[in-house]
Design a protein around this ligand. Sequence first.
Ligand code: GLC
Length: 524
Amino acid sequence: MAQSKAMTGVYIACAATACAVAAVVVANRMKARSQKTTARKILLEFQEACDTPLSRLRQVVDAMAVEMHAGLVSEGGSKLKMLPTFVDRLPDGNEKGLYYAVDLGGTNFRVLRVQLGGLEGRVIKQEYEEVAIPPELMLGTSQELFDFIAAELVSFVAREGDDFRLHEGQSREIGFTFSFPVKQTAVNSGTLIHWTKGFKVNDAVGQDVVAALQRGIERRGHKMRIAALVNDTVGTLAGGRYWNNDVMIAVILGTGTNACYVERAENVSKFTGEIPESGQMVINMEWGNFWSSHLPRTFVDELLDNESLNPGEYGFEKMISGMYLGDCVRRVLVKMAQEAGIFGTNVPHKLLEAFSLRTPDMSKMHHDDSSDLKVVAEVLKRVYGIQNTTVGIRKIVVEVCDTLCQRGARLAAAGIVGILKKIGRDGSTANGSVRRNNMFEQGDMNGYHDELPVNYTSDGRTVVAMDGGLYEHYIEFRNYMQEAVVDLLGEGSKNVFIELSKDGSGIGAALLAASHAEHVPSTF
Ligand code: GLC
């Protein structure tokens, strides 16, 4: 009897524990459900704020064309800098000899040499080396930065094999790809306007960057000539044009973003003096600084901008490029962690750290096609030590990536179509005929076209040379962008080709060094 009472006590105790466990499980489930519901609500609001329907994109297209025009009319006429590059000749395949390029401006620094063999031989041989830029140099002094570039270049030249040959009497001519806004006064000189993409070497602003590099080379007892100073977009355009005469525009979608294109020289002659024989000049737009009230800005953009090294500047770049996309995602996750507790009661410390989520990791999560989103779980664990996320929460993380990727890609597409529209190649001018519509007088932005640029080919094909890790590696980004270009251009998209011109900017700078060299070898 006594034993059976005791057993009953045990049963009751067990039942009570089971009830308590069940209650905890139910409570946890309810908590998870409510976290998910709050997070979904945040997501939906955010998606709405980021929305880029075609109607909005068309406004961005028009704003881009209008701002391009305004930037060309007067210096400072637009946030688009529209910088004349003094590049009035693009490579055509006849270039011969050995040329070099140094390339500073993204995540990596590169040096390159190329042996050119003219129309017959083309690129006989090329070699390049790449090193990550030591982070302290991005925030150090000008001398340290340019000495680093000079040292890399000099040691690269010293390690040259016999199969690379300078033509007799030829000096070493360099193309210097410097991918920041520069006010040029000639093809091989220009002063830095300001830094972008996380560089902040204050004493370099306002300096002639070619002279700074030249000094660095001379300090090492070497003599080389910097024949061309080029933005990476300009290098990409030159690299693309070397193979294909239809290349009129180049776009970079990488750490930063920017575009350049071929403009009628008379439209910039007030800044450059004479009109070159070719009648054309490449314009570095610095479109990263494009601004329009039609851009779908959100709380994320405000926060990111306020905390950036260049607040109030490069708003377009901060919505699109590889340096910033991951951080935009992180900021939405912080909101969800704080307001919905998606990663537990405490917000993981590291999640609050700016730039802790890199765009390659965002891309990995976005492309996760496993049923339980294990790549998302792996990234959250590796980067933030976050464990035990439910599949539901992981799905939300993927949707945040998707929203920001889609917004950035579609805005980039609108930018490209804006340029096409400005130069009359968006397909709405029948068979390449010239139409000029004075929208400024009429206040009508639709159907605006400038005169067609020179070298308009008979079949009306336009090629956009594209480079940059974001476009190359982030497949969803690339797909969204291409889709939006086609949607915006409609029928006109048949004549527009976007071609990946991988590492074109390095070889393009060397090609420009060749076409602007002091001594051009006629035979080889
Ligand atoms: C930044 C620079 C610009 C460069 C672009 C892509 O926007 O200001 O000069 O072309 O990044 O690298």
